[in-house]
Design a binder for this molecule. Structure first.
Ligand SMILES: [Fe+2]
Ligand SMILES: [Fe+2]
Ligand SMILES: [Fe+2]
Length: 408
């Protein structure tokens, strides 16, 4: 099994950047919540370790939300079933050994202190979860002032009052007091502006290090990204898993090294991560897309690149993933690469992507049979779109490829 040198914090940061895209307009929510939470923790003299955990959980706290329609609800002060996204997020984080310690914090980030304080949990978890709850609500209250481009400083007193009203009930008194103290200053509020909050996160990142992780650990992190994107639409459920499995299988047919095959699997999991930016309506549209909608969809492979580019150690994976819509004749996007400019691995992912999508039911058509899939793939080869060698290889093992394109 190969070893990868990855900075976990960079991966978490990129994941939060990806989640940010779901907001479409309400961006940097996770980062602002992380900034405010960390400042509260510092004010209360919490340990570096506790604040680091708090920061990681805060930046990812809404990872249970991948649909733009659900994201809109987050902007309300309270709503029915608000715990659903907490449960989903924590279930996701627990699958990843390196992030599992964040799961309980995310699980309780909408639980009133009056209930949470009596639960049988370590105090640190309760405080971290409630701290996120508090500043998360602050950010939601800020929204009306940010959306109207009016001065947030004018709104701060009403926000402070609303938080104060829930002291001891929704929020732990000690946390409310820390927040009230901190938020007296103009600097606290002005630091919520994009450039400051980005700077704050960069400083946090600068203090972190890379670590050696094996394929399974890295895969479990990557799997969180892919799960979130696949959960956006019922039609694309497990699409990334299928593409990953199939790409790895085709790689093995080409006798690529074990490391390349593992990287192909990761690139397959990540290839559509840029789709997080797409509104649900476009991905679920039952009819043909208009030219304008198609242009919007087309940006997703470049968005995949922009999300992954910040994770050192994933450069090749990010290149292969972002080239999955490049076509051999240069008609693909977003780079219009031609023939030799597209690596074998990117061509494999391109074929696996088309194959899996055809094998799966879509809002506008039924799933296809092996014969129908091969007919389309061969037409695409003849038209100069897909790599002939890769498609020939798939043709020779088509039944196995069909099986591989669905999660076992
Ligand atoms: Fe939130
Ligand atoms: Fe795609
Ligand atoms: Fe895809």
């Amino acid at each position: 099994m190969s070893k990868f040198n990855i900075n976990l914090h960079e991966a978490i940061f990129s994941l939060s950047d990806a989640l940010d895209l779901v907001g479409v307009t309400h961006i940097h929510h996770g980062k602002r919540v992380a900034y405010m939470a960390a400042e509260c923790g510092k004010h209360l003299g919490w340990s570096h370790q506790q604040i680091d955990n708090l920061f990681q959980a805060a930046i990812l706290h809404d990872c249970g939300v991948s649909k733009t329609s659900v994201h809109k609800r987050l902007a309300q002060f309270a709503w029915e079933n608000e715990n659903e996204h907490c449960l989903l997020g924590s279930e996701l984080l627990i699958t990843c050994p390196l992030m599992a310690q964040l799961a309980p914090i995310v699980l309780y980030h909408h639980t009133h202190w009056s209930n949470l304080q009596n639960m049988d949990l370590p105090q640190e978890i309760k405080l971290n979860a409630n701290c996120i709850y508090l500043v998360d609500r602050v950010d939601v209250l800020c929204l009306e002032f940010l959306v109207d481009q009016s001065n947030l400083l004018l709104g701060r007193e009403s926000i402070r009052k609303k938080i104060m009203d829930k002291r001891g009930d929704w929020f732990c008194a000690e946390l409310v007091d820390a927040f009230i103290d901190l938020s007296k200053s103009e600097a606290f509020w002005l630091s919520l502006e994009n450039e400051h909050v980005n700077g704050y996160v960069s400083t946090w990142l600068a203090e972190t290090k890379t670590m050696e992780m094996d394929f399974q650990d890295l895969r479990s992190i990557v799997r969180i990204f892919s799960y979130i994107v696949d959960a956006k639409s019922t039609f694309t459920k497990s699409h990334s898993d299928g593409v990953a499995q199939l790409a790895r299988f085709i790689g093995s047919l080409f006798e690529l090294s074990e490391e390349s095959c593992e990287m192909l699997e990761l690139a397959g999991l990540l290839h559509d991560i840029g789709k997080l930016r797409q509104p649900d309506e476009l991905l679920d549209k039952p009819s043909k897309l208009s030219p304008e909608e198609y242009t919007h969809i087309q940006r997703h492979s470049f968005d995949t690149y922009s999300i992954l580019k910040n994770i050192h150690g994933l450069e090749k994976i990010s290149t292969w993933a972002s080239q999955h819509h490049e076509r051999v004749d240069g008609s693909g996007y977003p780079y219009h690469l031609e023939g030799g400019g597209i690596s074998l691995e990117a061509r494999i992912i391109a074929v696996a992507d088309v194959f899996q999508a055809l094998a799966q039911k879509r809002p506008y058509r039924d799933s296809m049979t092996v014969e129908e899939i091969m007919e389309i793939l061969n037409e695409m080869v003849d038209a100069g779109k897909l790599d002939r060698k890769v498609v020939l290889c798939v043709d020779a093992h088509v039944e196995e490829c069909f099986k591989e394109s669905f999660v076992k």
